[in-house]
Ligand binder design. Structure first.
Ligand SMILES: Cc1cc2nc3c(=O)[nH]c(=O)nc-3n(C[C@H](O)[C@H](O)[C@H](O)COP(=O)(O)OP(=O)(O)OC[C@H]3O[C@@H](n4cnc5c(N)ncnc54)[C@H](O)[C@@H]3O)c2cc1C
Length: 428
């Protein structure tokens, strides 16, 4: 459903703009006056009103947006947003809020713990003409400097079971929940599907942004839908998987719809009997002491956690944002030429006919593994990960990333692309 939906109650001058499944604006005519309200439908009667208004057989008919806006203006103009709903802070150091741990200040900052607070914050940013930066766990971003924007740290919590037929479950999760805690919760409840994605840092709300993936699974494999609030007007909209246009570390929210939505809730389809996926990486090897029929989703999760701990630096000990670059995909002809010169080069033919290469291998072959520049460098066990030892600026880390990209391009003719979001990067 595309919101807002503009309606008129037949036989009256009352007009409505439905902003989403749980919010509508209402303008009613009383005693020659127009009264307008912004109704947040958190309880059943209001939610039922929205369903009634949207049903085909009710006394409501479509009205032009201009007609609604004229009534809205006559009735007092702006939606009644509660500005007390969010607590605005200034000059907040973001080092503790990102896993790179690089010092950079947010000009304005607010923790967002409710939809009401989110809408109030968006309204504040609009009326003060401020840019926005949305922050989850800060594990996929490099701050190039102070952030001259309102930084919203999404802290929307809660997990709701929407359906459970004894085998399959649909569960909706607040965007501010910690991804790994949510995965552990699903395993505690006996639900399978997300075990291969254990120990990925960050929030549930950011997981669809780049369709997080690991060990042969991506969230798109278990995604049901998500709710997002539109930055321009606070309207709530539901997106299905097709509308999210998931790809390899991609979604519509990183491309066409970039910066237009704040994800507030994500729903997943899980299954108590979903097949175990052990064919990727060293999972099978880790589980060889267990008979195949005895292995559980929890065993796969434990194996993934052990492997990840042995390979990846823990952001609590050393600043990093995981894989800094995406694995590049090249035409088969390019891969074949490279394979002739480097017969041991890892390569993964794709259904499209193209071939995916391992960025970590290319970087290591170009001599960067373990490279150190005092305050920052390349991890000594995983060349795909750039690390911050303390005292570096975002621009210094970015300069290292650019040197790596230039050197890989020079040696292999392959262009690397950062996976990590570059915040405040200057246009080249
Ligand atoms: C050690 C380590 C290992 C990692 N391993 C993996 C891995 O195996 N696979 C993988 O896919 N990723 C991996 N990552 C990357 C990272 O964990 C994921 O991308 C994660 O989903 C980022 O979540 P976050 O909440 O920290 O996002 P943030 O870094 O806070 O934000 C990332 C982007 O999403 C936006 N954003 C965040 N929340 C919202 C929201 N609610 N609404 C709208 N926009 C939002 C931000 O503005 C930003 O552009 C790893 C990172 C680290 C540090």
């Amino acid at each position: 459903m595309q919101y807002p939906v503009y309606l008129q109650l037949t036989g009256t001058e009352n007009v409505y703009a439905i902003q989403g499944p749980s919010r509508f604006w209402e303008c009613t005519r009383m005693g020659g006056q127009t009264m307008c309200h912004d109704v947040i439908a958190t309880t059943w009667p209001e939610r039922q009103r929205i369903l009634d208004m949207l049903s085909d057989d009710g006394p409501w008919s479509a009205v032009a947006r201009e007609d609604f806006e004229a009534a809205w203006k006559a009735g007092g103009g702006q939606p009644s947003v509660d500005h007390e709903a969010f607590h605005l802070q200034e000059h907040v150091d973001l080092a503790a809020y990102t896993t790179f741990g690089i010092h950079a200040k947010a000009r304005w900052f607010a923790d967002i713990t409710s939809l009401e607070a989110l809408r109030a914050a968006l309204d504040w940013a609009r009326s003060h003409n401020r840019e926005l930066l949305v922050l989850g766990g800060g594990s996929n971003m490099l701050l190039h400097g102070d952030v001259d924007a309102l930084v919203l740290r999404i802290q929307l919590h809660g997990t709701t079971v929407l359906s459970d037929d004894g085998q399959r479950v649909q569960v909706a999760v607040g965007a501010g929940e910690v991804w790994h805690d949510f995965v552990m919760d699903t395993l505690d409840r006996g639900w399978g599907g997300l075990e291969n994605l254990s120990l990925i840092p960050g929030s549930v709300g950011a997981s669809p942004m780049q369709n997080i993936g690991a060990y042969g699974v991506e969230i798109k494999d278990h995604f049901a839908w998500l709710d997002a609030v539109r930055v321009s007007d606070g309207a709530l909209q539901r997106f299905n998987a097709q509308e999210c246009a998931f790809g390899y570390r991609e979604s519509v929210f990183k491309r066409e719809e970039r910066g237009k939505w704040i994800l507030v809730q994500v729903a997943f389809d899980l299954d108590r009997e979903s097949p175990l996926r052990m064919g990727y990486g060293a999972i099978e090897e880790e589980l060889k002491h267990l008979a195949p029929e005895d292995r559980t989703h929890r065993d796969v999760s434990d194996a993934v956690i052990r492997i990840r701990r042995s390979k990846l630096p823990d952001p609590a000990e050393i600043g990093n944002a995981g894989s800094f670059f995406k694995n590049p995909t090249v035409p088969a002809s390019v891969a074949n030429t490279l394979l002739a010169a480097h017969p041991h080069m890892p390569n993964y033919p794709q259904p499209s006919g193209e071939v995916k290469l391992a960025a970590g291998w290319l970087i290591e072959q170009a001599g960067w593994k373990g490279h150190r520049r005092e305050t920052h460098g390349v991890h000594d066990r995983q060349a795909l990960v750039l690390v911050h030892f303390g005292g570096a600026t975002g621009q210094e880390v970015w300069a290292l990333a650019q040197d790596i990209m230039a050197s890989v391009e020079d040696k292999f003719g392959v262009a690397l692309e950062p996976e990590v979001n570059q915040i405040g990067a200057k246009a080249p």
